[in-house]
Structure formats: C-alpha cells, structure tokens
Design a protein around this ligand. Structure first.
Ligand code: 13P
Ligand code: ZN
Length: 285
C-alpha cells in the first residue's frame, strides 16, 4: 500500500487462496482512476496494465506518475504493469522510472530466442526489484499494434512451458489455451486439459490473457487451474465508448470533458466491478 508494488506477493497469495488479481488495461487519467476507485471500493488488489501504445499515447512518465499517486491514495495494493512490452530499451526506461512489474512478450520469437530475450529482461528487472511475466504460445487477435492471425496462433506446449519457466526464471507465466485478444467472432473453446497439465508442471502463478468475452464460469475454471492474474482490456473500453458516443449524440452542444465523460466512467466502473467479483479478488486487499 502507498507505493506501486511488484506482483510477486500479490500473485502468490492469489494462487494459494484460489482467486485472481485482475489486470485492467488503462489508457489515461480517466480510465486509471475508474479502475482504482472500483478496486478500492471492493477492497481488491489491482494491477494497472499499460501497453506500449498506452505509453506512447499518455507518456511513460505520466502513467508512472499517476499510478504512483493512485497507489499512495488508496488502501489496496496497486501494481503498475508493462503489458505486452517487446523492447528492452523501453522496459529499461520504465524500470528507471520505478515500474515494478514487467511483461516481456517474446512469444512471436522462436523458442530459443524467446528464452534469450526473456532471460535478459529477468536479469535486468530483478536488479530493480521488479517481477517479470513471460509468454509462450501466441494468442489470436489484436492488442494495440500486435496483430496475430488465426493461422499463426499457437497453443502452449506444456513441456516447453516447463523448460521456458525453468530456463528464464520468470515470476509469472502467460500461456495460450484458446483465449484471444479483442472480441470473439465465435464462442472460444478453452483447452482446460492443457491448462491443467501446465499447472502441474509449472509452479509459478499463471496469467490468463484475453479474458474479455470469456464467461464467468470459464474464467473461474481457469482460476481453479492456477491462473492468478486475469487480463481484461476490450470489455472495459466498450461501455466507455458507447456511453460517450450516445451522450455526445444527445448533447451536441456539450464540450466540457468533465461532463461528457462522467457517464462513460460510471459505465466502465460497473464492468470493472463485475470483473473483480468474477476474479473473486474482492475483500482480498
Ligand atoms: P482482452 O482485450 O481480450 O480483454 O485482452 C486483454 C489482454 O490480454 C491484455 O494483455
Ligand atoms: Zn494480452
């Protein structure tokens, strides 16, 4: 409490106690404040996830600064996490600024090169007291500028997962079991058997990416199979944008952002709270 945390204790506690810490993608001051307020009200630990696109849009130093202020002002543990970062130099910039949680996404590389870049980031980040999430296997869909076509998506091989985790010394592991980034065109089929095998071979907390559009039941099943961090982006953006669009259509003369974003924030907050309840992280702060 009071500062931006790494995700070690947060995720280990979650894995042990059978819930998941939600990682919500934020983009600016408004969206960051919405998730922080919702988590504080429900007493949930919280991970603020920022992609390279968000850093480019809002500024790495601004995101760091507002996350630190938020962490200082609430009673729950808050982590700022670099989501889907691929570039060591930009990770280093954030580490110097004080970020304590990093994802290195080398999933599009060959197995050996993924191990190489992930290990390099682990060595660097651990020097700063930061924890590292690595990924093996690729999710279909789009996360910022990272686009993966269906034919290129690959489910994680459990034996390779074990080797990847051992060789890289990462702190949490993101795997591909059939979820994708963005909205689903057809109902996703999650490979729970694969997840169970990974859980039995890998002792660190697992991370479920692409949780938008996944039923509460399926998310909870993933949690029971070792997922201690659940990433949600798209499902929060939609209510915000829908409300904003409708409000501006109905109030064509309104130009004050303090007014026209009010309802959008409230709608987003409702979804954030629903997701916290699905993760069962309420009251766990
Ligand atoms: P969704 O946009 O599908 O919720 O994915 C979120 C995510 O995995 C962020 O890393
Ligand atoms: Zn993701």
């Amino acid at each position: 409490m009071g500062y931006v945390h790494n995700t070690k204790e947060m995720l280990e506690k979650a894995r042990q106690e059978g819930y998941a810490v939600p990682a919500f993608n934020i983009h600016n001051l408004e969206t960051l404040k919405v998730v922080v307020e919702a988590a504080e009200e429900l007493k949930s630990p919280l991970i603020l996830a920022a992609t390279p696109g968000t850093m480019k849009y809002s500024g790495r130093d601004y995101i760091q600064a507002i996350a630190e202020v938020a962490a200082k002002n609430v009673s729950i543990p808050v982590a700022l996490h670099l989501d889907h970062h691929e570039d060591i130099d930009s990770i280093k910039q954030s580490l110097v600024l004080g970020v304590k949680s990093v994802m290195i996404d080398g999933s599009h590389f060959t197995f050996d090169n993924n191990i190489k870049i992930t290990s390099e980031v682990v060595k660097l980040a651990h020097q700063y007291g930061a924890t590292v999430e690595g990924e093996l296997g690729t999710l279909v869909g789009q996360e910022d500028d990272l686009i993966v076509e269906a034919e290129d998506a690959a489910y994680t091989n459990p034996d390779l997962a074990k080797e990847y985790v051992q060789k890289t010394n990462i702190d949490s592991f993101a795997m591909a079991i059939g979820t994708g980034h963005g909205l689903y065109k057809t109902k996703p089929n999650l490979d729970f058997d694969r997840l169970e095998k990974i859980k039995n071979l890998v002792s660190i907390p697992l991370v479920l990416h692409g949780a938008s559009g996944i039923s509460a039941e399926d998310v909870r099943r993933c949690i029971s199979l070792g997922c201690a961090k659940v990433n949600i982006a798209t499902e929060l953006k939609i209510p915000f944008a829908e409300n904003l669009r409708e409000y501006l259509q109905n109030h064509p003369n309104e130009s004050d952002p303090r007014k026209y974003m009010k309802g959008a924030k409230e709608k987003m907050k409702e979804v954030v709270k629903e997701k916290i309840l699905i993760c069962m992280s309420d009251g766990k702060a």
